[in-house]
Design a protein around this ligand. Sequence first.
Ligand SMILES: NC(=O)c1ccc[n+]([C@@H]2O[C@H](COP(=O)([O-])OP(=O)(O)OC[C@H]3O[C@@H](n4cnc5c(N)ncnc54)[C@H](O)[C@@H]3O)[C@@H](O)[C@H]2O)c1
Length: 236
Amino acid sequence: MRLQGKAAIVTGAGSGIGKATAELFAKEGAQVLTVDLPGKGTGLEIDIAADGAPKKIVDAAVQKFGRLDIVMNNAGIGSNQLAEEFKRESWDRVLAVNLTAPFFICQAAIPHLRDCGAGRIINVASVMAEGTDYGLSAYCASKAGVAGFTRTLALELGKFKITANYLLPGAIKTGMTSPLWDARPEVADVWAKKSALRRLGQPIDLAKAALFLASDDGAFVTGHGLTVDGGLMLRV
Ligand SMILES: NC(=O)c1ccc[n+]([C@@H]2O[C@H](COP(=O)([O-])OP(=O)(O)OC[C@H]3O[C@@H](n4cnc5c(N)ncnc54)[C@H](O)[C@@H]3O)[C@@H](O)[C@H]2O)c1
């Protein structure tokens, strides 16, 4: 029960990494506000990029639990257009969901994280914050942005005993990757074989890393990007 008495928000909790993390946090004793798009079956159904959504999400958690200790910004979308063809509306949407909404959820949470005395921000970036692949210009820009603003939050919020860290998942089998990998198993196989541990990541691999950062064990870790990729990015 490493999160006994804590209250958490997990976005994108209807699937994949967010679902596994919300379940693990709850198993460890936390009260969790699960957030996802309408129809996903979570506690609060909202588009995190909608006008006013960040404040609504934070207010809902504080109203429900009377406190807020942990914010896990996990909801995210991919991009798949070559730079020459990238549509402005796709660019804006990827940046709005993956970068702007998480920042403003953090901002709305700051007073409450300060009040709890040991606040935790965990933002989900990607190994694509540092690497890249075809079609990922907006995705890479958004994830590099998440890493950047999380380091700044760590610096600015340390005086309130709030830590801010980000995860860099590698190739993880989730709702984001399954459609492609189920249709083309050879692609999944390439990713699996490329990693030192010779397998794809599972949502629980990320949930366990998030638990470390959220719990007292991670109390002196801040401004850190934790790569959870089974050694995928070791080789150049
Ligand atoms: N799967 C991977 O290989 C991988 C690798 C690196 C990073 N990531 C990151 O991990 C995070 C979680 O992704 P996942 O792989 O579990 O994918 P997923 O598609 O299984 O889960 C993402 C969830 O976010 C929700 N979501 C998307 N847009 C939203 C919005 N506007 N408002 C509210 N909810 C929204 C989706 O409905 C979905 O349930 C993402 O930020 C993703 O970029 C994933």
